[in-house]
Write a protein that binds this ligand. Structure first.
Ligand code: MG
Ligand code: MG
Length: 623
């Protein structure tokens, strides 16, 4: 698959954008006119720079408001087009995007449109230019890709074809299957963009909320599957207008963009393999059928089986040790060669890492996931351009395969074992003598704060590299703004990761200023809470108003309600079951949560999240 990206997706100058695209490994780019007009580089210099960088200049765009106009306007439009064709020859470019008219069209007549597009194609032919005509979702008369293609067929000129843009097609819910019937020679260009499903006017949706494939909710693998089946072999190019990407680091966004295409390529191949159109007997042959477009695949991974460990980094570890001890964790000892402690409760493992943590406030630094094969999972992540984490190990120690997530949390790919044990724990010496605890516990979920500019990137990262499935996002009110909360989980929910987008005020920089937590599930939360209470644990104190509201909503047994209140427990209930949980006070940027899931309760106590945010906000501003 030939990869491309429109310069409008990125921040910076044209030169910076082109360099970032080359570093990220794109085959070609679309020159967005505004980027050229504002550049000090001459067209010839742009052409040379692209050649030096090994980038194809695949599409010049956009040329607007051409068709369906009065004769006077047509004359002016053709003059305007010829100037662009001349410019394109200086750039060494041969394809231009012409969007369906949104502003100046006054005549709704396909015969007239076809004759005007025919004149344009003729003129383009004189200059060796190909015109890719695209139906904008909000085009005045032409807003449907099948309509645009009908016009292309009516004109029947070698220099006129169509451009398929996934946003314009999927935002309107047009059926994508008819793409297969388009003559591949007439598809001059394909643009892809994803988007969250929003209900708003389609122009604003397009201009501000497009995201890279895998970061939104469009069925892009299916769209691409139809494009491949049509026989198209040209560039698949990202055209993503997004307010955040346009102000984020250009090289980083280009890598995020490239990752989205690598992932989409794999997903498209998968879609084709599992949606063979032939009869059942021919399915196997059909699923192996070769299409003209070659689709690369990636090392395959299954979703992780569970959390292997969570790691907190800290310089001064005293408060963390105290908290874990009060919660009922056992100290298993120090690593035999490193400044690292291991604490466990049942199968929940917490590492406290004091290495390279000078002056660092306690913060979640790493997560380990159980995978079938750490080597294969790591190969996949690296092909998806995930940065590799280097960790010093001694000769006889388990080597962890590590990658760095967009928020800089280190993700370790660990060998899972059926009984839930971890071989590396033998590297930890005999711990202090502690009374054995028979509490069974697992890491239930981990909640990570994401800097606003890396949120979408994080969703794609965990989707593509770790095979976690994004769930519909929620917005949780907090005293300093709405917190966007995105659950990423495996199909059996054995791994649950919650990504929170901190309000801007709380996340001014890349530094983790926002609170994050690790939640542990136990069988008997009330007993856990009572023991923790007896050990002097400082609970997050829940206001009395909360319990009054709880009673109003759920009509709880008075003794049960009194017990919740006494122990600062939070409660939720839905059709599937019940949820009891409590939070510890925060140390550095970390706090812990203990949960008990009753029945098949599958949520996170979302109705209680605003209470937690408010109490934490209050305690932060009191101290
Ligand atoms: Mg487009
Ligand atoms: Mg939680």
């Amino acid at each position: 698959m030939r990869t491309g990206i429109a310069t409008v997706c990125l921040s910076g100058t044209l030169k910076e954008k082109m360099q970032a695209c080359a570093i990220a490994g794109f085959d070609g780019i679309e020159i967005f006119e505004q980027d050229l007009v504002t550049s000090p580089l001459s067209p010839e210099e742009v052409r040379k720079m692209a050649a030096d960088l090994g980038l194809g200049l695949d599409l010049y765009q956009p040329f607007r408001d051409f068709d369906g106009v009065t004769p006077d306007l047509l004359k002016a439009n053709l003059r305007r087009a010829e100037a662009k064709f001349k410019l394109m020859s200086r750039l060494g470019m041969d394809t231009i995007l012409v969007c369906s008219n949104v502003a100046t069209a006054t005549i709704d007549d396909d015969e007239l449109r076809a004759s005007q597009l025919g004149e344009l194609a003729e003129l383009a032919g004189d200059h060796g230019v190909k015109v890719a005509y695209e139906a904008l979702a909000w085009g005045k008369y032409v807003n449907d890709y099948e309509h645009a293609y009908r016009l292309v067929e009516m004109v029947d000129h070698p220099n006129l074809g169509t451009c398929l843009d996934s946003f314009h097609i999927l935002s309107r819910d047009w059926d994508t299957a008819p793409i297969e019937k388009i003559n591949a020679d007439k598809i001059f260009f394909v643009q892809v963009a994803d988007a969250p499903k929003l209900s708003m006017d389609v122009l604003s949706w397009s201009r501000h909320y497009r995201v890279f494939p895998g970061e939104g909710q469009f069925e892009l693998a299916k769209f691409m599957g139809h494009v491949v089946r049509a026989g198209y072999t040209g560039p698949v190019s990202l055209e993503v207008f997004n307010d955040v990407f346009r102000q984020s680091d250009v090289e980083r966004t280009a890598v995020d963009a490239m990752r989205s295409l690598i992932w989409l390529e794999e997903q498209s191949a998968k879609w084709l393999a599992s949606n063979a159109t032939a009869a059942a007997s021919e399915q196997k042959a059909a699923s192996r059928r070769r299409y003209p477009m070659e689709l690369a695949t990636l090392p395959k991974v299954n979703e992780p089986a569970g959390f292997n460990f969570a790691e907190v980094k800290a310089d001064d570890t005293a408060q963390l040790e105290k908290l874990l001890g009060q919660l009922g964790f056992e100290f298993e000892g120090r690593h035999r060669t490193k400044d690292v402690q291991l604490w466990t409760m049942g199968q929940a493992r917490v590492i406290i890492n004091e290495q390279a943590a000078q002056h660092a406030e306690p913060a979640i630094a790493a997560l380990g996931f159980d995978v079938d094969s750490p080597v294969i999972a790591s190969a996949r992540a690296q092909q998806l351009k995930a940065p590799v984490v280097a960790r010093k190990v001694q000769a006889d120690e388990e080597v962890f395969q590590g990658i760095s997530a967009p928020d800089s949390t280190e993700i370790f790919l660990c060998q899972g074992s059926p009984d839930g044990t971890a071989a590396w724990t033998y590297e930890f010496g005999e711990g202090l003598e502690h009374p054995g605890s028979d509490v069974s516990a697992v890491i239930d979920h981990v909640n990570l704060a994401q800097p606003w500019q890396h949120f979408d990137e994080a969703v794609l990262f965990y989707t593509s590299a770790l095979a976690l499935e994004p769930q519909p996002f929620a917005e949780v009110p907090s005293p300093s703004g709405l917190v966007r909360s995105q659950v990423m989980e495996t199909s059996d929910a054995s791994v649950r990761l919650v990504l929170n987008l901190a309000p801007a005020q709380q996340a001014q920089t890349d530094r983790k200023t926002y609170q994050e937590h690790i939640a542990f599930a136990v069988d008997d939360l009330v007993a856990t809470a009572r023991s923790a209470h007896a050990r002097g644990l400082e609970f997050l104190e829940i206001p009395a108003n909360y319990y009054e509201d709880l009673d109003a909503r759920f009509e709880l047994e008075p003794e049960f309600l009194a017990m919740l209140k006494e122990l600062n427990l939070l409660y939720d209930r839905d059709a599937n079951g019940e949820f009891l949980h409590f939070y510890t006070a925060t140390v550095g940027s970390v706090f812990f949560e203990m949960v008990e899931r009753r029945g098949n309760y599958d949520g996170y106590g979302a109705p209680n999240a605003p209470v937690r945010h408010a109490v934490q906000y209050d305690s932060l501003h009191r101290s």
